[in-house]
Design a protein. Structure first.
Length: 215
């Protein structure tokens, strides 16, 4: 019975239905986007960008991020059952999911994202996913950015009305018709380093910068 239910939940028709439901729900948000043009100009000028967010806040960006499909962006998504649904929604939004995470299949997935990022010059990454700890930047984002000479662009979400789930990250779901602000931070440029202390210093600096947007 459980196998049959899992098969239904990961079927193309159900994922298509879920994608349309998410899009309809997100269209109720009164969305305001800030500081977007700087990093788009960087890509159009030949640069590479890695958009980064907390797991807590990614849902609010799904509607707007469809506009970036012209860049053929990639994103790493876990191999879990929930990840299969998220990957299906990402694919329908014009993003190319690469399955893997720090807990399963992370190294080959990271290599695939690095290869893709060198070609498309845009990828997204959830810096504390898929299981946390919440608000802690994992090392993978630094490795990917250094390997591709990408700038890291954090983005943050605020909503005047939202539900917060009782999950490891207090996942945020804006309420219908909430005022939602999607704000991109200043690009973070990394310095090439082979020293472990230098690597950790850059990871720590990114974490401190991004925690200003953690709710």
């Amino acid at each position: 019975m459980r196998f049959g239910l899992n098969k239904v939940l990961t079927s193309p028709w159900f994922i298509g239905f879920l994608y349309r439901l998410v899009r309809c729900y997100a269209w109720t948000f009164r969305l305001r986007v800030e500081n977007e043009q700087e990093w788009i100009g960087h890509i159009e000028g030949g640069g590479t960008v890695l958009l980064c967010a907390w797991h807590q806040q990614f849902f609010s960006a799904i509607r707007h991020f469809r506009q970036y499909r012209r860049f053929h962006p990639h994103i790493m998504i876990s191999r879990s059952k929930d990840g299969a649904l998220i990957a299906g929604i990402a694919r329908r939004s014009g993003w190319h999911p690469v399955r893997g995470s720090s807990s399963c299949g992370g190294r080959p997935a990271m290599r695939d994202v690095i290869t893709a990022l060198r070609g498309s010059r845009l990828a997204g990454h959830i810096v504390d996913g898929p299981r946390g700890p919440a608000g802690q930047v994992k090392a993978g984002v630094i490795r990917m950015a250094l390997a591709t000479q990408a700038v890291i662009v954090p983005f943050y979400v605020r909503a005047d009305k939202a539900w917060y789930f009782n999950s490891w990250d207090r996942f945020m779901l804006p309420k219908p018709f909430a005022r939602v602000r999607l704000r991109f931070g200043r690009p973070v440029y990394l310095s090439p380093t082979i020293d472990e202390a230098g690597f950790e210093a850059q990871r720590d600096a990114l974490e401190r910068a991004m925690r200003s947007g953690f709710i």
